[in-house]
Design a protein around this ligand. Structure first.
Ligand SMILES: Nc1ncnc2c1ncn2[C@@H]1O[C@H](COP(=O)(O)OP(=O)(O)O)[C@@H](O)[C@H]1O
Ligand SMILES: [Mg+2]
Length: 226
């Protein structure tokens, strides 16, 4: 059994032009201890798949299992719990609270974490997480004053703060230059652990090359490379 298993997932959207199938019979397995890449043309459904893994959207058919358990309904208390504790997400545009400090951004998921920690402990943990991504000295700086690479490192620290088994990243290096991309990929790689897997959606062949396995999404089908 893999940490993350996707079985025969279908997803369509309805628009003015009718029903648009986006994912068709998608199968995916990601063991703990690995980082997998999902590539594919723009509009091929990569973000849609990631949203399903994050429990931000539900498949029309098929099943997603994390640690052997089916994902809850997105619009349920279980869905909130999944998003807060079971998966951390890093997005291309960082999605930080721009007026809050780096530390406050990283602390936010702790409010909804598995245990209610005293505020001093929350601060200590968030500070440690920022140290871990090399941003200790910037912890009191407001997000809007940070560079793109620094913001993305804050986003990685925030994604990891509740120690989730699954880390998802959607084009996490898309807005960064080559050197900054490398740093973020290294941090995601370092986040892989014996009980954790990372799934990265990427256009960048260098990011894909840094992964243990690559999957390609096209015409609604997900194909494994090897
Ligand atoms: N909420 C939605 N409603 C309608 N269509 C959507 C929605 N989300 C995505 N789509 C459509 O699904 C397709 C795949 O989108 P997306 O998953 O964002 O692709 P990618 O991330 O690979 O660029 C696109 O045609 C997009 O327009
Ligand atoms: Mg996308």
């Amino acid at each position: 059994m893999s940490l993350l298993e996707v079985h025969d997932v279908d997803k369509s959207f309805t628009s003015d032009g009718g029903v648009v199938p986006v994912l068709r019979g998608v199968r995916l397995a990601v063991p703990a201890g690995q980082m997998h890449a999902i590539t594919g043309p723009s509009g091929s459904g990569k973000s849609t798949l990631l949203r399903i893994l994050a429990c931000l959207d539900a498949p029309d058919a098929g099943r997603v299992l994390l640690g052997g358990e089916p994902l809850p309904e997105p619009w349920s208390a279980g869905g909130d719990r999944h998003r807060n504790r079971r998966c951390g997400i890093v997005l291309q545009d960082f999605a930080l609270m721009e007026h809050a400090t780096a530390l406050e951004n990283v602390m936010l998921p702790l409010r909804y974490g598995p245990r209610r920690l005293p505020r001093a402990e929350q601060r200590r943990r968030a500070a440690e997480a920022l140290e871990g991504v090399g941003l200790g000295p910037r912890s009191g700086h407001r997000a809007r004053t940070l560079s793109g690479g620094e913001k993305q490192r804050v986003a990685v620290a925030r994604a990891l703060i509740n120690d989730p088994p699954l880390v998802l990243a959607d084009e996490p290096t898309g807005a960064l230059d080559q050197a900054r991309s490398r740093e973020v990929v290294d941090l995601l790689r370092a986040a892989v652990g014996p009980e954790r897997a990372v799934v990265v959606v990427t256009h960048d062949p260098r990011v894909a090359a840094a992964c243990d396995r690559r999957w390609h999404l096209e015409d609604g089908r997900l194909l494994g490379e090897d």
